[in-house]
Design a binder for this molecule. Structure first.
Ligand code: SAM
Length: 277
């Protein structure tokens, strides 16, 4: 039975609630960059309250909030433009795209995350009698465990079809070898025409330690760091980088100064070859 409380969520899964808070905030603003009506419900169901006075207005925290908002819109647009009918949200967390985006008819969407977060999510969605806008399958799996690709295929994923993969807010929580293993597995499941959307990694050793953020930033392991695009380009993908600043300007959103001075942004990788064995 689905679990309606967020009590058993591990620290890394609780980061999905932080993302939901950011989406709830943006959805409550005038002229939001997206509308996620489920985000505030997840936050409330977890027993959390939105910060009085809104999100932080300074420092690294403000930049992280802006990053979360802008990347949500960026990935929304790119997923809908991908022109494929198979979508996989890796580490889906409390991502409600299956419910809130206007998917083309015939879209099959898979969400993969750890069981407690997907159980919590399902409990909330069932309570709302929410109906997905596509054919949605939730797969409870650890993406560091080598059996997840077989389990995804057993759940109905078709490796012969091009896929739009999203790994939003995931790789930073993985060690470099874990991130490489995960992306190897994604490559092995990716038919020509597949896309992979994710953040360009950063050197997490320079992350500012700000009060209120360390619960999350202390979990960062860095993934493939600034070498993410180069790694993908060397493994059968062709990557395109979109800078956070460029996106912020295009969306008319001011971006606070980055104290690390390192370029942040997002990658869309395209697969022209077949899967790498
Ligand atoms: N992608 C979602 C979004 O943007 O709304 C959630 C992002 S949240 C920052 C990170 C997510 O990664 C959590 O839901 C957590 O459970 C998931 N995660 C971390 N490590 C994982 C693993 N080894 N296997 C599956 N999911 C994992």
């Amino acid at each position: 039975m689905a679990n309606p409380t967020a009590e058993p969520l591990s620290p890394v899964s609780r980061t999905a609630l932080s993302v939901a808070m950011v989406r709830a905030f943006e959805s409550s603003r005038p002229a939001p960059l997206f509308n996620d009506p489920y985000a505030a419900v997840f936050v409330a169901a977890a027993g959390l309250s939105m910060p009085a006075g809104g999100p932080p207005t300074g420092g690294f925290a403000q930049r992280l909030v802006a990053h979360g908002i802008l990347r949500t819109r960026f990935y929304d647009d790119r997923l809908l433009a991908a022109g494929v009918s198979q979508v996989v949200l890796l580490a889906a967390g409390l991502d409600a795209r299956a419910y809130r985006l206007p998917w083309p008819p015939g879209t099959r969407l898979f969400e993969v995350d750890l069981a407690p977060v997907l159980d919590f999510k399902q409990g909330v969605l069932d309570g709302l009698s929410a109906v997905p806008a596509c054919d949605r399958t939730a797969l409870r799996a650890d993406l560091v465990d080598p059996d997840w690709p077989d389990r995804l295929v057993a759940a109905g994923f078709d490796p012969a079809q091009p896929t739009a993969w999203l790994a939003e807010g995931l790789l930073v929580y993985l060690e470099p070898a874990e991130a490489a293993g995960l992306l190897d597995a994604v490559g092995a499941l990716s038919a020509p025409g597949s896309r992979l959307l994710l953040e360009q990694g950063r050197d997490v050793s320079t992350t500012p330690r700000e009060p209120g953020l360390t619960e999350m930033t202390d979990l960062w392991r860095g993934g493939l760091g600034p070498g993410t695009a180069d790694w993908l380009d060397a493994h059968g993908w062709t990557t395109e980088f979109t800078a956070l600043e460029e996106l912020a300007a295009a969306c008319g959103r001011p971006l606070p100064h980055d104290p690390t001075g390192k370029p942040a942004g997002f990658l869309e990788a395209r697969r022209t070859e077949g899967p790498t064995p």
